[in-house]
Design a protein around this ligand. Structure first.
Ligand code: 2AM
Length: 177
Protein backbone atom coordinates (compact mmCIF):
# COMPACT_ATOMS: atom_id res chain seq x y z
CA UNK A 1 0.00 0.00 0.00
CA UNK A 2 1.08 3.58 -0.62
CA UNK A 3 0.25 6.54 1.60
CA UNK A 4 -0.94 9.22 -0.80
CA UNK A 5 -2.23 12.76 -0.91
CA UNK A 6 -2.76 15.55 -3.43
CA UNK A 7 -0.91 18.73 -2.59
CA UNK A 8 0.45 22.09 -3.69
CA UNK A 9 4.20 22.58 -3.52
CA UNK A 10 5.40 26.13 -2.82
CA UNK A 11 7.94 27.58 -5.24
CA UNK A 12 11.55 28.03 -4.10
CA UNK A 13 11.14 31.57 -2.76
CA UNK A 14 7.96 30.72 -0.85
CA UNK A 15 9.57 27.55 0.46
CA UNK A 16 12.49 29.55 1.82
CA UNK A 17 10.17 32.08 3.50
CA UNK A 18 8.01 29.30 4.94
CA UNK A 19 11.14 27.53 6.20
CA UNK A 20 12.04 30.66 8.15
CA UNK A 21 8.49 30.86 9.53
CA UNK A 22 8.67 27.17 10.49
CA UNK A 23 11.87 27.77 12.46
CA UNK A 24 10.41 30.79 14.21
CA UNK A 25 7.12 29.11 15.06
CA UNK A 26 8.92 26.03 16.35
CA UNK A 27 11.08 27.98 18.69
CA UNK A 28 8.00 29.79 20.02
CA UNK A 29 5.88 26.67 20.52
CA UNK A 30 8.60 24.15 21.38
CA UNK A 31 7.61 22.09 18.34
CA UNK A 32 9.59 20.41 15.57
CA UNK A 33 9.84 22.37 12.33
CA UNK A 34 8.75 20.62 9.15
CA UNK A 35 11.83 20.28 6.91
CA UNK A 36 11.79 22.89 4.14
CA UNK A 37 11.73 20.20 1.44
CA UNK A 38 8.54 18.77 2.93
CA UNK A 39 6.51 21.96 3.28
CA UNK A 40 3.29 21.57 1.27
CA UNK A 41 -0.40 22.39 1.34
CA UNK A 42 -2.62 19.31 1.22
CA UNK A 43 -5.63 19.34 -1.10
CA UNK A 44 -7.02 15.83 -0.58
CA UNK A 45 -5.65 13.23 1.82
CA UNK A 46 -6.21 9.67 0.59
CA UNK A 47 -4.35 7.58 3.14
CA UNK A 48 -3.33 4.03 2.23
CA UNK A 49 -4.04 3.20 -1.42
CA UNK A 50 -3.29 0.04 -3.41
CA UNK A 51 -0.65 1.15 -5.95
CA UNK A 52 -2.67 -0.62 -8.65
CA UNK A 53 -5.28 2.13 -8.24
CA UNK A 54 -2.87 5.00 -8.87
CA UNK A 55 -3.85 5.22 -12.59
CA UNK A 56 -7.49 5.73 -11.54
CA UNK A 57 -6.40 8.54 -9.23
CA UNK A 58 -4.34 10.06 -12.01
CA UNK A 59 -7.25 10.08 -14.40
CA UNK A 60 -9.46 11.72 -11.75
CA UNK A 61 -6.82 14.44 -11.38
CA UNK A 62 -6.33 14.75 -15.11
CA UNK A 63 -9.97 15.82 -15.52
CA UNK A 64 -9.73 18.77 -13.15
CA UNK A 65 -10.46 21.97 -15.06
CA UNK A 66 -9.34 24.95 -13.01
CA UNK A 67 -7.38 28.14 -13.48
CA UNK A 68 -3.99 29.01 -12.02
CA UNK A 69 -4.11 31.50 -9.14
CA UNK A 70 -1.94 33.32 -6.61
CA UNK A 71 -1.96 31.89 -3.11
CA UNK A 72 -1.03 34.18 -0.22
CA UNK A 73 -0.51 32.59 3.19
CA UNK A 74 -1.07 35.49 5.54
CA UNK A 75 -1.88 34.02 8.94
CA UNK A 76 -0.61 31.56 11.49
CA UNK A 77 -2.82 29.21 13.42
CA UNK A 78 -2.86 25.93 15.31
CA UNK A 79 -4.70 22.66 15.60
CA UNK A 80 -4.32 22.39 19.34
CA UNK A 81 -5.33 18.74 19.69
CA UNK A 82 -3.07 17.64 16.83
CA UNK A 83 -0.33 19.88 18.28
CA UNK A 84 0.30 21.35 14.87
CA UNK A 85 1.13 24.95 13.99
CA UNK A 86 0.39 26.08 10.46
CA UNK A 87 0.29 28.89 7.94
CA UNK A 88 -3.03 29.57 6.22
CA UNK A 89 -5.19 32.22 4.64
CA UNK A 90 -7.33 34.83 6.27
CA UNK A 91 -9.67 34.28 3.30
CA UNK A 92 -8.78 31.28 1.13
CA UNK A 93 -9.01 32.22 -2.57
CA UNK A 94 -12.18 31.06 -4.32
CA UNK A 95 -10.06 29.41 -7.00
CA UNK A 96 -8.30 27.27 -4.40
CA UNK A 97 -11.59 26.18 -2.82
CA UNK A 98 -13.18 25.49 -6.19
CA UNK A 99 -10.30 23.38 -7.50
CA UNK A 100 -10.02 21.52 -4.19
CA UNK A 101 -13.73 20.72 -4.20
CA UNK A 102 -13.58 19.60 -7.81
CA UNK A 103 -10.58 17.34 -7.20
CA UNK A 104 -12.16 15.83 -4.09
CA UNK A 105 -15.43 15.17 -5.92
CA UNK A 106 -13.65 13.53 -8.84
CA UNK A 107 -11.63 11.35 -6.48
CA UNK A 108 -14.80 10.25 -4.69
CA UNK A 109 -16.55 9.58 -8.00
CA UNK A 110 -13.60 7.34 -8.90
CA UNK A 111 -14.39 5.23 -5.84
CA UNK A 112 -11.89 6.57 -3.29
CA UNK A 113 -12.84 7.59 0.23
CA UNK A 114 -10.69 10.56 1.21
CA UNK A 115 -10.85 12.14 4.63
CA UNK A 116 -14.34 13.61 4.91
CA UNK A 117 -13.77 16.41 7.37
CA UNK A 118 -14.51 19.84 5.92
CA UNK A 119 -11.50 21.14 4.02
CA UNK A 120 -9.27 23.44 6.07
CA UNK A 121 -6.54 24.90 3.86
CA UNK A 122 -3.35 24.91 5.91
CA UNK A 123 0.37 24.33 5.48
CA UNK A 124 1.87 22.64 8.51
CA UNK A 125 4.96 24.45 9.78
CA UNK A 126 5.63 22.59 13.02
CA UNK A 127 4.51 19.42 14.77
CA UNK A 128 4.48 18.33 18.40
CA UNK A 129 3.99 21.88 19.56
CA UNK A 130 4.06 22.04 23.33
CA UNK A 131 1.98 25.21 23.40
CA UNK A 132 -0.74 26.10 20.88
CA UNK A 133 0.07 29.04 18.68
CA UNK A 134 -2.36 31.96 18.98
CA UNK A 135 -3.77 33.06 15.61
CA UNK A 136 -1.93 36.01 14.12
CA UNK A 137 -1.50 37.83 10.83
CA UNK A 138 1.89 37.65 9.12
CA UNK A 139 3.46 39.20 6.04
CA UNK A 140 1.98 37.16 3.21
CA UNK A 141 4.05 34.39 1.68
CA UNK A 142 2.80 34.22 -1.90
CA UNK A 143 3.31 31.94 -4.83
CA UNK A 144 1.68 31.29 -8.16
CA UNK A 145 -0.22 28.00 -8.07
CA UNK A 146 0.08 26.64 -11.60
CA UNK A 147 0.30 22.91 -10.84
CA UNK A 148 -0.88 20.37 -8.30
CA UNK A 149 0.70 17.04 -7.44
CA UNK A 150 0.00 13.50 -6.31
CA UNK A 151 2.48 12.79 -3.53
CA UNK A 152 3.54 9.65 -1.73
CA UNK A 153 4.70 9.73 1.85
CA UNK A 154 7.51 7.18 1.86
CA UNK A 155 7.52 5.20 5.09
CA UNK A 156 10.86 4.72 6.77
CA UNK A 157 12.52 7.39 4.66
CA UNK A 158 10.30 10.10 6.07
CA UNK A 159 10.28 11.81 2.69
CA UNK A 160 7.63 12.84 0.19
CA UNK A 161 7.87 11.79 -3.44
CA UNK A 162 5.92 13.48 -6.22
CA UNK A 163 4.36 10.73 -8.34
CA UNK A 164 2.69 12.96 -10.91
CA UNK A 165 1.90 16.60 -11.47
CA UNK A 166 -0.83 18.37 -13.45
CA UNK A 167 -0.92 21.90 -14.84
CA UNK A 168 -3.78 24.26 -14.13
CA UNK A 169 -5.11 26.34 -16.99
CA UNK A 170 -3.61 29.77 -17.61
CA UNK A 171 -5.65 32.44 -15.86
CA UNK A 172 -8.14 34.06 -18.19
CA UNK A 173 -7.41 37.75 -18.41
CA UNK A 174 -10.18 39.75 -16.90
CA UNK A 175 -11.85 42.10 -19.35
CA UNK A 176 -11.81 45.78 -18.48
CA UNK A 177 -15.14 47.28 -17.58
P1 2AM B 1 -1.16 17.88 8.52
O1 2AM B 1 -0.02 18.64 7.92
O2 2AM B 1 -2.20 18.75 9.10
O3 2AM B 1 -0.70 16.78 9.43
C1 2AM B 1 0.70 14.23 4.64
O4 2AM B 1 0.56 13.52 5.82
C2 2AM B 1 -0.30 15.34 4.58
O5 2AM B 1 -1.62 14.84 4.69
C3 2AM B 1 -0.16 16.37 5.66
O6 2AM B 1 -0.36 17.65 5.10
C4 2AM B 1 -1.25 16.05 6.63
O7 2AM B 1 -1.85 17.15 7.27
C5 2AM B 1 -2.29 15.46 5.76
N1 2AM B 1 -3.09 14.51 6.49
C6 2AM B 1 -2.64 13.49 7.24
N2 2AM B 1 -3.69 12.80 7.75
C7 2AM B 1 -4.81 13.43 7.32
C8 2AM B 1 -6.19 13.21 7.49
N3 2AM B 1 -6.68 12.19 8.19
N4 2AM B 1 -7.03 14.07 6.89
C9 2AM B 1 -6.57 15.10 6.17
N5 2AM B 1 -5.29 15.34 5.96
C10 2AM B 1 -4.41 14.53 6.53
Amino acid sequence: MARLFFALWPDAAARAALGRLAAEVSSRTGGRPVAAAKLHLTLVFLGEVDPARIPALASAAQGVAAEAFDLALDRLGAFARARVAWAGCERPPEKLLAMQAQLERRVRDAGFAPDDRPYAAHLTLARRARAPLAPERVDPVTWRVATFALVESVPGEGTYRTLAEWALEPEKTKGRA
